[in-house]
Design a binder for this molecule. Structure first.
Ligand code: MN
Length: 208
Protein backbone atom coordinates (compact mmCIF):
# COMPACT_ATOMS: atom_id res chain seq x y z
CA UNK A 1 0.00 0.00 0.00
CA UNK A 2 1.23 3.41 -0.86
CA UNK A 3 2.34 5.81 1.84
CA UNK A 4 -0.12 8.56 2.68
CA UNK A 5 0.29 12.15 3.79
CA UNK A 6 -0.95 12.26 7.39
CA UNK A 7 -3.30 15.16 8.08
CA UNK A 8 -1.96 17.89 10.32
CA UNK A 9 -3.14 16.99 13.83
CA UNK A 10 -4.28 20.60 14.41
CA UNK A 11 -5.33 23.65 12.44
CA UNK A 12 -2.73 25.51 10.35
CA UNK A 13 -3.23 28.52 12.63
CA UNK A 14 -2.72 26.51 15.82
CA UNK A 15 0.98 27.25 16.24
CA UNK A 16 0.75 31.00 15.68
CA UNK A 17 2.54 33.22 16.42
CA UNK A 18 5.50 30.82 16.62
CA UNK A 19 4.82 29.34 13.18
CA UNK A 20 2.50 31.24 10.84
CA UNK A 21 -0.40 29.62 9.01
CA UNK A 22 1.03 30.18 5.55
CA UNK A 23 4.26 28.42 6.45
CA UNK A 24 2.31 25.54 7.99
CA UNK A 25 0.10 25.23 4.90
CA UNK A 26 2.94 25.21 2.39
CA UNK A 27 5.17 23.07 4.57
CA UNK A 28 2.57 20.35 5.07
CA UNK A 29 0.49 20.50 1.91
CA UNK A 30 3.36 21.05 -0.54
CA UNK A 31 6.70 20.00 0.95
CA UNK A 32 5.60 17.01 3.02
CA UNK A 33 3.17 15.94 0.30
CA UNK A 34 5.97 15.99 -2.25
CA UNK A 35 8.14 13.71 -0.11
CA UNK A 36 5.28 11.22 0.16
CA UNK A 37 4.48 11.36 -3.54
CA UNK A 38 8.13 11.03 -4.57
CA UNK A 39 8.67 8.13 -2.17
CA UNK A 40 5.66 6.32 -3.61
CA UNK A 41 6.87 6.95 -7.14
CA UNK A 42 10.33 5.61 -6.30
CA UNK A 43 9.09 2.29 -4.92
CA UNK A 44 6.03 1.74 -7.14
CA UNK A 45 6.02 -1.68 -8.75
CA UNK A 46 8.93 -2.98 -6.66
CA UNK A 47 8.99 -5.30 -3.66
CA UNK A 48 9.88 -2.29 -1.54
CA UNK A 49 6.19 -1.38 -1.59
CA UNK A 50 5.45 -3.89 1.14
CA UNK A 51 8.04 -2.54 3.59
CA UNK A 52 7.43 -0.19 6.48
CA UNK A 53 8.87 3.29 6.34
CA UNK A 54 11.22 2.49 9.22
CA UNK A 55 12.46 -0.65 7.45
CA UNK A 56 13.13 1.34 4.27
CA UNK A 57 15.06 4.20 5.86
CA UNK A 58 16.73 2.07 8.52
CA UNK A 59 18.76 0.05 6.02
CA UNK A 60 19.13 2.23 2.96
CA UNK A 61 22.39 0.66 1.85
CA UNK A 62 20.58 -2.65 1.44
CA UNK A 63 18.27 -1.14 -1.20
CA UNK A 64 18.89 -1.34 -4.94
CA UNK A 65 21.43 1.32 -5.89
CA UNK A 66 18.98 3.36 -7.91
CA UNK A 67 16.51 3.49 -5.01
CA UNK A 68 18.90 4.54 -2.27
CA UNK A 69 18.93 8.27 -3.06
CA UNK A 70 15.18 8.63 -3.61
CA UNK A 71 14.29 6.64 -0.48
CA UNK A 72 16.89 8.45 1.61
CA UNK A 73 15.61 11.89 0.60
CA UNK A 74 11.89 11.24 0.36
CA UNK A 75 11.48 8.46 2.91
CA UNK A 76 13.50 10.56 5.31
CA UNK A 77 11.43 13.60 4.43
CA UNK A 78 8.22 11.70 5.08
CA UNK A 79 9.36 10.27 8.43
CA UNK A 80 10.89 13.54 9.63
CA UNK A 81 7.84 15.67 8.87
CA UNK A 82 5.33 13.18 10.29
CA UNK A 83 7.35 13.33 13.53
CA UNK A 84 7.66 17.11 13.39
CA UNK A 85 3.88 17.71 13.26
CA UNK A 86 3.32 15.28 16.12
CA UNK A 87 5.82 16.80 18.54
CA UNK A 88 4.31 20.26 18.15
CA UNK A 89 0.86 21.40 19.15
CA UNK A 90 -1.37 24.23 20.31
CA UNK A 91 -0.73 25.33 23.87
CA UNK A 92 2.78 23.94 23.59
CA UNK A 93 5.97 25.08 25.20
CA UNK A 94 6.82 25.12 28.85
CA UNK A 95 9.11 22.44 30.18
CA UNK A 96 9.14 18.65 30.16
CA UNK A 97 8.22 16.81 33.36
CA UNK A 98 8.65 13.42 34.99
CA UNK A 99 11.04 10.82 33.67
CA UNK A 100 11.84 12.84 30.56
CA UNK A 101 12.82 15.88 32.63
CA UNK A 102 15.01 13.68 34.81
CA UNK A 103 16.69 12.15 31.76
CA UNK A 104 17.33 15.61 30.31
CA UNK A 105 18.89 16.80 33.56
CA UNK A 106 21.04 13.67 33.73
CA UNK A 107 22.29 14.00 30.16
CA UNK A 108 22.65 17.75 29.76
CA UNK A 109 22.60 19.24 33.26
CA UNK A 110 19.40 21.20 32.72
CA UNK A 111 16.54 21.77 30.29
CA UNK A 112 18.00 25.17 29.38
CA UNK A 113 21.34 23.55 28.59
CA UNK A 114 19.60 21.03 26.34
CA UNK A 115 17.74 23.76 24.46
CA UNK A 116 20.97 25.70 24.02
CA UNK A 117 22.72 22.63 22.64
CA UNK A 118 19.88 21.80 20.23
CA UNK A 119 19.78 25.40 19.02
CA UNK A 120 23.56 25.33 18.53
CA UNK A 121 23.25 22.11 16.50
CA UNK A 122 20.53 23.67 14.36
CA UNK A 123 22.39 26.94 13.84
CA UNK A 124 25.56 25.02 13.01
CA UNK A 125 23.93 22.82 10.38
CA UNK A 126 25.19 24.35 7.13
CA UNK A 127 22.49 24.48 4.49
CA UNK A 128 19.40 22.38 5.21
CA UNK A 129 18.78 19.71 7.78
CA UNK A 130 17.58 18.85 11.24
CA UNK A 131 18.70 19.02 14.87
CA UNK A 132 17.72 16.07 17.05
CA UNK A 133 17.40 14.78 20.57
CA UNK A 134 17.74 11.00 20.49
CA UNK A 135 17.84 8.05 22.82
CA UNK A 136 21.21 6.57 21.98
CA UNK A 137 22.11 2.89 21.96
CA UNK A 138 23.39 3.31 25.53
CA UNK A 139 19.89 4.40 26.60
CA UNK A 140 21.01 7.97 27.26
CA UNK A 141 19.78 11.14 25.60
CA UNK A 142 22.07 12.78 23.07
CA UNK A 143 21.97 15.64 20.59
CA UNK A 144 22.93 15.34 16.96
CA UNK A 145 22.20 16.91 13.61
CA UNK A 146 21.74 15.59 10.10
CA UNK A 147 21.89 17.18 6.64
CA UNK A 148 19.01 17.32 4.18
CA UNK A 149 16.33 14.74 5.13
CA UNK A 150 18.67 12.27 6.77
CA UNK A 151 17.80 11.22 10.32
CA UNK A 152 19.30 9.21 13.18
CA UNK A 153 17.37 6.07 12.16
CA UNK A 154 19.56 5.77 9.06
CA UNK A 155 22.14 3.14 9.94
CA UNK A 156 25.33 3.48 7.93
CA UNK A 157 24.42 7.02 6.91
CA UNK A 158 23.85 9.18 9.99
CA UNK A 159 26.96 10.07 12.02
CA UNK A 160 25.08 9.25 15.22
CA UNK A 161 22.18 6.81 15.28
CA UNK A 162 19.46 6.25 17.85
CA UNK A 163 15.77 6.81 18.39
CA UNK A 164 14.69 10.41 17.78
CA UNK A 165 12.34 11.84 20.40
CA UNK A 166 12.50 15.43 19.17
CA UNK A 167 13.64 16.99 15.91
CA UNK A 168 13.54 20.53 14.64
CA UNK A 169 13.48 21.30 10.94
CA UNK A 170 16.06 23.94 10.00
CA UNK A 171 15.34 23.99 6.27
CA UNK A 172 14.56 27.55 5.20
CA UNK A 173 11.11 26.38 4.08
CA UNK A 174 10.33 25.82 7.80
CA UNK A 175 10.84 29.43 8.82
CA UNK A 176 11.72 31.83 6.00
CA UNK A 177 8.34 33.54 5.53
CA UNK A 178 8.29 34.75 9.14
CA UNK A 179 11.93 34.73 10.25
CA UNK A 180 13.70 35.23 6.88
CA UNK A 181 17.42 34.63 7.38
CA UNK A 182 17.18 34.63 11.18
CA UNK A 183 17.43 30.91 11.91
CA UNK A 184 18.52 31.58 15.51
CA UNK A 185 15.33 33.57 16.15
CA UNK A 186 13.22 30.74 14.72
CA UNK A 187 14.99 28.18 16.88
CA UNK A 188 14.65 30.33 20.00
CA UNK A 189 10.90 30.71 19.36
CA UNK A 190 10.26 27.13 18.22
CA UNK A 191 10.29 25.72 21.76
CA UNK A 192 6.99 27.50 22.39
CA UNK A 193 5.38 25.09 19.90
CA UNK A 194 6.68 21.86 21.42
CA UNK A 195 4.13 19.35 22.74
CA UNK A 196 6.07 17.83 25.63
CA UNK A 197 3.49 15.12 26.21
CA UNK A 198 4.19 13.83 22.70
CA UNK A 199 7.95 13.99 23.26
CA UNK A 200 7.56 12.16 26.58
CA UNK A 201 5.59 9.39 24.85
CA UNK A 202 8.39 9.00 22.33
CA UNK A 203 10.92 8.88 25.15
CA UNK A 204 8.94 6.24 27.01
CA UNK A 205 8.74 4.08 23.89
CA UNK A 206 12.38 4.59 22.92
CA UNK A 207 14.05 3.90 26.27
CA UNK A 208 12.62 0.38 26.53
MN1 MN B 1 10.50 20.70 6.24
Amino acid sequence: MAFELPPLPYDVTALEPTIDAQTMTIHHDKHHAAYVNNLNAAIAGTDLEGKSLEALIGDIKALPADKQGPVRNNGGGHWNHAMFWEIMGPGGGGAPTGELAAAIDAAFGSFDAMKEAVNKAGIGRFGSGWAWVIVGHDGKLAITSTPNQDNPLMAGIADVTGAPILGVDVWEHAYYLKYQNRRPDYLAAWWDAVNWNAVAQRYAAAKK
